[in-house]
Design a protein around this ligand. Structure first.
Ligand code: SAH
Length: 219
């Protein structure tokens, strides 16, 4: 794994001040956040900005989530080590890179071709070969690859997309998705048992760019 010496102290500081200080304690998640150089996903920005406590612009009106959000979402998935995870909204590719350290396989769906192409180059550069890129409307998930142990949506949905629920592994699978209006959402963790009963657990308020598509907002 590429491990640029210049950004090592920045990553360490990010982990201490933004994650540990706020209660993120999952060791595998912290290790993954330590390993993935965020600067590769937000090129031409000074490290000070790349590792700040907030989201970053990645072009086309999209953003990479705040490090804290990436870590919390990954922890909420509670993935088994050999798990298979679906990320909707690959964007820069940073979130999928982090997830690839926590699961056996990542399916990363993005609707904007330019973003997905760039993300793929970065995954290759880092030698992350377990991320499977899909250019599609991810609001309907990826039925061919289902079921998933975890599904994470990094864009805001107006309601829990039914297709995503269908593609969760019954009993153990978890869906992490921001649900609400265009301006603000609640991060929800959703699971489904074998009988189809749904459990929803509200986490906290958040702000994501909209999930556009059939089971998202109209394009
Ligand atoms: N996880 C990303 C951040 C993504 S920002 C990262 O780590 O960089 C949200 C992304 O969701 C944007 O790239 C946007 O184009 C994408 N998106 C929005 N609606 C989508 C849909 N229906 N299917 C797939 N991607 C979608």
């Amino acid at each position: 794994m590429l491990d640029p010496a210049e950004s090592r102290p920045w990553r360490q500081q990010m982990i201490e001040r933004q994650l540990l200080a706020r209660g993120v304690s999952n060791r595998a998640v912290l290790q993954a956040m330590q390993e993935i150089p965020r600067e590769l996903f937000a090129v031409n920005l000074p490290l000070e900005l790349v590792y700040r406590d907030g989201p970053l612009p990645i072009g086309q009106g999209q953003t990479i989530s705040q490090p804290f959000m990436v870590a919390v979402m990954a922890a909420l998935l509670a993935l088994p080590a050999e798990g298979k995870v679906l990320e909707i909204g690959a964007g820069s590719g940073y979130g999928a890179a982090v997830l690839s350290r926590l699961a056996r396989q990542v399916v990363a769906v993005e609707r904007l071709p330019e973003l997905l192409l760039q993300a793929e180059k970065r995954w290759q550069q880092l030698g992350l070969h377990t991320i499977h890129p899909v250019l599609a409307d991810g609001s309907i998930g990826c039925p061919e690859q289902a079921p998933f142990d975890g599904i994470v949506v990094t864009a805001a949905a107006p309601a829990i997309p039914p297709s995503l629920l269908q593609q969760l592994r019954p009993d153990s699978g978890r869906l992490v998705v921001p649900v609400g209006g265009r301006a603000e959402q609640i991060l929800q963790v959703v699971s489904r048992d074998a009988a189809g009963r749904i459990t929803v657990s509200d986490q906290f308020a958040c702000r994501f760019v909209p999930l556009l598509g059939r089971e998202g907002w109209p394009c």
